[in-house]
Design a protein around this ligand. Structure first.
Ligand code: PRE
Length: 276
């Protein structure tokens, strides 16, 4: 089975992918960006992809949320992975002389406090490991990369600071996605469900009326995110993730009520969750 993830080697996505799929189960396809992973699944070049969707410090990874819809994907599994962001430097570099730090944007955002205090510039890359690789290739002594200890080993870089993230408790939620197929059985004995809800009317109280359906049925919501529809300024749709507690009946009741109110409801995934 072909499985895509964000490369190059040494990325957090790689660590999450290796822990999620059994040895020998996957024929790995490394991609240059998160969007490329989602497109590879969308274009059926691979069967599955694994991508980050949310980080405990920085929040939603919008590229993933929007890319799920643009590529007609279905969430099949969720894994929560601990992240430890380090400052990597070339041999001979002095921390006091670092003027720039390089990384993917969500990782830079997870280290805002360090970046502000150190008064360094930032430069965005498509992954933590591509930043580490570029640092090694360019041999710069005035720049550092925010990346993993695996990237330090792989690119032979020194760990100048073992933890540059704003909070020691740092987790990223990854999802395994596949191409959506009409015959897929939604919410059958799974822990969670992901919905995309486009409200029927743009009127006051519409979001609270949607949320009331879940509270009336005692369904716990675990994530809510509004994203612009990209059609007109001020128009939004909502990602809602709920714990189904493997109870398909209450979940289908909620969907029926929401649709009866005229809201457009799409099931974007039905999955179990694992903490790595
Ligand atoms: O750049 C990587 O190493 C990734 O796997 C991406 C990513 C992300 O974008 O959230 C994954 C986990 C961490 O939160 C930092 C980076």
């Amino acid at each position: 089975m072909k499985v895509a993830y964000l490369g190059p080697h040494g990325s957090f996505s790689e660590e999450a992918a290796f822990k999620t799929f059994k040895n020998g189960e996957a024929d790995w396809q490394l991609c240059d960006s998160i969007l490329e992973v989602l497109e590879a699944v969308g274009d059926r070049k691979v069967e599955k992809g694994i991508v980050p969707i949310e980080n405990s410090i920085e929040g939603t990874i919008n590229i993933t949320a929007d890319g799920l819809l643009a590529n007609n994907l279905f969430i099949e599994e969720e894994v929560v992975f601990p992240v430890s962001l380090k400052l990597l430097v070339n041999e001979g570099a002095k921390v006091s002389e670092i003027r720039e730090v390089w990384s993917i944007s969500p990782a830079l955002a997870q280290c805002k406090d360090y970046i502000r205090k150190a008064a360094v510039k930032t430069k965005e890359f498509d992954s933590t490991s591509s930043a580490a690789r570029a640092l090694k290739e360019q041999g710069r002594l005035d720049a550092g990369a925010i990346a993993s200890s695996a990237a330090a080993r792989l690119f032979d870089l020194q760990i100048a600071n073992n933890s540059v993230q704003d909070n020691g408790e740092n987790h990223t939620r990854f999802i395994v996605v596949g191409k959506r197929s009409a015959e897929f059985l939604p919410f059958h004995k799974r822990d969670k469900i992901m919905l995309l809800i486009a409200p029927a009317l743009d009127q006051s109280g519409v979001l609270s009326s949607i949320l009331n359906v879940f509270s009336a049925l005692s369904i716990n919501l675990t994530w809510i995110e509004s994203r612009p529809t990209k059609k007109r300024l001020g128009t939004y749709h909502f990602f809602l993730e709920a714990e189904t507690g493997q109870d398909a009946e209450r979940t289908s009741k909620a969907l029926k009520i929401l649709r009866a109110f005229g809201h457009e409801v799409q099931v974007l995934g039905s999955y179990n969750t694992t903490r790595l």
